[in-house]
Ligand binder design. Structure first.
Ligand code: ATP
Length: 199
């Protein structure tokens, strides 16, 4: 099975692209979703997170206050590393388990921090969603209640655009409308189906 790692900066359009592949019947492993599942009440990772961030980061219903955590880690690199040390090995293990279960021609694994967390060994190809930084800022600001400063801090903590483009085997330039994005996804889907047979 050909494994395509989908990555890109915050708000570049990864989820939109992943949904596009899904709509074509492609299996998509979404690591953001895996991360959310790992911190559900009762999961061991949640206790480890409470030990670092304290009980204040848990809402009354037992769910993790994600905004509270996000705010804290972008102003404290040490806390960010601690959170990553808890989550990343568990996410990596989960990806491996899910990949081993799949019986497909090819699949997509959406890993926002694919390059930053050095997970490229999990995938055969790297697909980068590339969007101008100004556009990322506009789209995230329209979607989330985050300040421009917070969004910029997140962007700066991620690999820069050139690093991503250099690592890419395939690129989706997401600077047009959703229709042209869907066309590009279909084009890549056809290409992946073709090369997967020789894989
Ligand atoms: P994050 O890193 O924050 O998870 P993401 O990379 O998954 O973001 P999306 O959530 O797919 O990005 O896209 C960000 C926002 O931009 C969404 O509201 C989405 O609907 C919108 N968007 C993405 N691509 C386009 C496009 N080509 N035209 C218009 N809106 C778009």
């Amino acid at each position: 099975m050909l494994v395509v790692g989908l990555t890109g900066g915050i708000g570049s359009g990864k989820t939109t692209v992943a949904n596009g592949f899904s709509a074509l019947g492609v299996s998509v492993i979404d690591t953001d979703q895996l991360a959310r599942e790992l911190v559900e009440p009762g999961q061991p990772a949640l206790d480890e997170i409470i030990a670092v961030f304290g009980k204040d980061c848990i809402a009354r219903d037992g769910q993790l206050k994600r905004a509270c955590i996000r705010q804290q880690i972008y102003s404290d690199a040490g806390l960010k590393s601690q959170l990553e040390a808890i989550l990343h090995p568990k996410i990596r293990q989960r990806i491996k388990t899910l990949l081993a279960e799949l019986r497909e021609t090819y699949c997509i694994v959406a890993i926002p921090l694919l390059l930053e967390t050095r997970q490229t060994d999990l995938v055969d190809r790297i697909l980068v969603v590339d969007t101008a930084e100004k556009e990322q800022l506009t789209r995230v600001a329209a979607r989330d209640s985050l300040s421009d400063n917070t969004i910029m801090a997140i962007m700066q903590s991620q690999a820069d655009r050139n690093t991503r483009l250099q690592a890419a085997d395939d690129i989706i330039v997401n600077d047009g409308d959703l229709e042209s994005l869907a066309e590009r996804i279909l084009e890549l889907h056809t290409y992946y189906m073709e090369i997967a047979y020789d894989h």
